[in-house]
Every structure is written in structure tokens, then in C-alpha cells.
Design a protein around this ligand. Sequence first.
Ligand code: PMP
Length: 313
Amino acid sequence: MPPDHPVWRSGTFVPWDRATVHASSVGHASVSASFEGVHAYRGADGGLAVFRLHDHLRRMLNSISWADLVSPWSLEELVEATLELCRRNDRHEDTYIRPWCFAAGVHREQMVPAGTEVEIIIDVWPFRSKLGTDTTAKAAVSSWTRFGANAMPPQLKAFSNYHNGRLGTNEARARGADWPIFVNQEGHLTESSGANLAIVRDGVLVTPWLASGVLDGITRATVLQLCRESGVPTEVRAIGRAELLQAEEVLFIGTAAEVLPIVEVDGRPVGQGTVGPVTARIAGLYHDAVRGKARTADGARPFHPEWRIPVWG
Ligand code: PMP
């Protein structure tokens, strides 16, 4: 993107290279900051549409209120701001949308007080989807425990939460893998640093329940719904670490990860060490959903036009 491309900042469009904050507001004042990652996909009809935009922005408003901060902007105002930002940036191809927020103003006290208003920024840039490619990844179970819900709520998408994820990611990379898998204090599987986790056992897609301490992922919800509508059996429950050894397939699901097959965990192949049939099926269903591929004549393909918010009307 050119350095003067517009970003949305608390109600106005400003050139990216002039959307600055004072250095004093970076540091402990940004501890409560939170963000979202959203994808807009060019659809089967050629038009760009944002996938589940309301759900992402609703989650950011929840992150703000659960952190005892206040948004001056409503859901509908943020939806309209996002769509207008895509238009002002003349986006027609696949686009990553990054809304984020932090306490407005300069705060010198260590704890930003409850009730502080946030600034909200939205930026966009191109991304390349891996759906329909043969991308796979390797994972490593992290020696870092996932922070528990009594430490900080995993359902709040605060930047602070990502320190745990970053430590695990660095460790995974040092061990020759791509991404970590975290267990919680009970030893149950949770998620990766930026994606939810699922395994396949006896053809059933199993994903940790929220009580294990995972983000209430929008892709996770999408995949569970698509599976139910397509006859793929699902279970949502606590998953023991040893089940990773028993799993026929392991996959990451998330906006950025999309549906990512994990073919190796801790140096051991998962199943045959190739993309399994359930993962391939789910990746296909997800791909059709984000690109808005129409219902087949026999109605076999789930069709959710309500998930795709058109940018260009
Ligand atoms: N877990 C974590 C820690 C994440 O950062 C993400 C990405 N937002 C996810 C799961 C997946 O969430 P979603 O499908 O809503 O993008």
C-alpha cells in the first residue's frame, strides 16, 4: 500500500503516514489495547465482500467493554467505516482488514483508569489466500502454558494476550516447527498463537470447548456450522494432550490461518503425514463460503450470503 493510503482513525480518514500517536501513549498505556483481523474475499461473482464483518467488530466492542474501556463508536458506524475505507483504498482483490484500539490520549499512570475512551484505527492491506493451495504446516507443543481464564480472559482479543503466543511461536520456530500448540494448566489442548485448533478422530472433528481457555473464534464457529450442515460429525469438549498422538488429522482454523492442515507435531507425522480427507473437505467448504459460491442444484453446498458484506454495494 502507498504510504499515504487512507486509514480510518476515530471518525476521519487520514493518510497512513500521518496517523501517528505520541510516544508517551505507547507502553503501559497500551496494555489494554485490543484488535481484530478480518478478511475480505473477492467472491465468485467478482465482487469484494468482507467475511463476517459484524461478528469481528462486535467482538472488538466486547474486548473494549470487557477491558473496562469505552468505545465512542457503534457497531454500525464501524461497519460503515470499514466498508468506506475499502472503497477509498479502491480494494477489489483479497484484503486483510486490521481494526485496533487503544486508550485515547496520553496516560502517565501505570493503570489506564476504567471508563477511559478508546481511539479506534482501521487499516487495510492485500493478502494472499492459501485456500486451494497445498500449504501445510508443522506444529510443536509449547513448553509455555496457555494463560488461564483466571489470569486474563482468552475471549478478550487484547494485544497483551499475545505475549504468551509470541513466546510459544519463537520456541516452535527454534525447534524447526512453524507454530505452537498450547496446553492449559490442566494439560488440555487449547489453541495456537493466532488460530484455533481441531483434531479429527474416527472421522469426527473435535475442537476444545471455550472452558479450556480459547478464543471464541469466528472461523471455529463457521467451520462447526458448515460441518453440521454438511454431515461432518463434530464434538466440542476438553481434549487431552495424548489425543494429539491418536488424531488422524490436526488442523488450525482462524481468519489468517484459514483452514491449515498440520501434518507434523513434535517431529512425528500426523496420520499419513499428508492432508487428511476431513481437513480437505472442511477447507473446501470454507473456501466456498468465503468466496460465496452459490448453492448447488441439489442444495448440498451450504450457502450463507449473510456472512459476506459487499464492499461495492
Ligand atoms: N485464537 C487466537 C489466539 C487468535 O489470535 C485467532 C485469530 N483471531 C484465533 C484463535 C482465530 O479467531 P478467528 O477465527 O475469529 O480469526
